[in-house]
Design a protein around this ligand. Structure first.
Ligand code: F0G
Length: 416
């Protein structure tokens, strides 16, 4: 039977129980499929005839058959072969999986379509999350789609404008907490504990992770089941790397793929407890009390899913790296200019980390690498504008435009 299971003591709970932490040891939970459940689902359903999307994998999701889905068409994002960026970084085989192509512009939609569908299935009428921006934008949209109440707690002054505008226009109640993300998360955990009718949709919620595991499935399918050597992914609260790994492992256990990629997590230097633990060979993280980075989406000091992430990295023989704000901004610009893919700073950390790991010899030039970019560049237009050439204001005359472009003032015939 599909159930929720504690990642530590393996205590089990039903999939219709509203629970976020193990009642026995207090650790976090994951959804588990028993024995041949997934294999049976893979064999008997017509999932392969459905378009590439989160719900193509409906038989692999812990949602009852009769439940109506809350969806905006998520997943099915492009896996872009990126030879020019590869050449720049010294890599022969590079793909960018651009999660900014999801309906609200980030990978969070994969988790929210499943999470909000589950919320409605459980009878919840009020959903909540703490967020550095994208989770709140996504939850607000899906709650609107479902017609239920939504509250989001964000760190005051530290979220990008695009994301804030999304949460606001979708009608969520937005509370700006005078504190950082980790503090906001503490508050929503307490609220969900105290007010049982409020359903929590941070990535601690294992049903969100189920939606996000489709990222791993899709990469396999888009590469015709020829698994890459490595997946490089930005890490904040550590839900996404854990989810992608869960999806990959399920496909491996189903026999769809013959090997597993090395999971490689990238964190911003000022907010890097997981990368520090991996580098130190430690089994525990040391939370960062005052996390800082220009990549506000991953400005997180105490990632709630750190154990799952450390496990994914270790089990897959991957690694973790930190990148500076300068390296992040440089990678954001390079990706936009040589591959035409505009991502927000946190997303670009995967590209920056890849560059660093190739340079220091950790990643070999012959490796086939998939880099995940997690959120669209329009989420944070201010940062993009700040680091680009300002538009030139010109008089409304052809000669002024020609002169600004360095063109000669005479007609040029194109020779064919
Ligand atoms: N990239 C972007 C653009 C994000 O918004 C986030 C997380 C991450 C990467 C990290 O993913 O937390 O699963 O490791 N944003 C969350 C939010 C925390 O509230 O929007 P993770």
């Amino acid at each position: 039977m599909i159930h929720q299971e504690c990642i530590n003591c393996k205590a089990t709970y039903g999939i219709d129980e509203i629970i976020y932490f193990c009642k026995k040891c207090g650790d976090i939970l994951e959804v588990k499929f028993d024995g041949n459940e997934l294999a049976e689902a893979a064999k008997t359903s017509a999932w392969k005839t459905k378009p590439l999307s989160v719900w193509r994998y409906r038989p692999f999701m812990p949602i009852h058959e009769s439940t109506k889905l809350v969806t905006l068409s998520e997943g099915g994002t492009g896996l872009h072969c990126s030879p020019r960026l590869g050449e720049e970084l010294g890599l022969k085989n590079l793909y960018v999986k651009n999660e900014g192509e999801n309906p609200t512009g980030s990978f969070k939609d994969r988790g929210m379509t499943v999470g909000v569908t589950k919320a409605v299935e459980l009878g919840a009428r009020h959903v909540i999350c703490a967020s550095t921006g994208n989770t709140s934008a996504s939850l607000a949209a899906y709650a609107a789609r479902a017609g239920i109440r939504c509250t989001v707690l964000i760190p005051s002054g530290k979220i990008a404008y695009g994301k804030l505008s999304q949460a606001m226009i979708h009608g969520a109640k937005v509370l700006q907490v005078k504190g950082n993300f980790d503090e906001a998360l503490e508050f929503v955990l307490k609220l969900a504990e105290k007010h049982k009718d409020i359903y929590l949709l941070n990535s601690i919620n294992p049903f969100r992770i189920e939606g996000q595991k489709s990222l791993g499935y899709e990469i396999c399918e888009q590469l015709d089941y020829e698994v890459p050597d490595r997946i490089v992914i930005p890490v904040g609260n550590a839900g996404n790397i854990s989810a992608a790994w869960k999806g990959l492992k399920e496909f491996y256990e189903l026999g769809f793929i013959k090997k597993l990629p090395k999971m490689t997590g990238i964190q911003a230097e000022g907010s890097a407890p997981i990368a520090q633990a991996i580098k130190a060979g430690s089994d525990k993280i040391v939370p960062v009390e005052h996390p800082e980075t220009i990549a506000t989406a991953i400005r997180i000091g105490a990632p709630v899913s750190w154990k799952k992430a450390v496990n994914a990295i270790r089990e897959s023989k991957g690694t973790a790296e930190t990148v500076t704000d300068e390296e992040i901004l440089d990678a954001q610009k390079t990706l936009a200019r040589i591959e035409g893919i505009f991502v927000e700073p946190a997303s670009a950390s995967s590209i920056a980390g890849l560059k660093k790991l190739i340079k220091n010899g950790t990643i070999g030039k012959d490796e086939r690498v998939v880099c995940i970019t997690t959120g669209h560049g329009l989420k944070d237009p201010d940062t993009a504008i700040k680091q680009s050439e300002k538009p030139l204001e010109v008089d409304a005359e052809i000669s002024a435009i020609e002169s600004a472009l360095g063109l000669k003032n005479k007609q040029v015939i194109l020779a064919r």
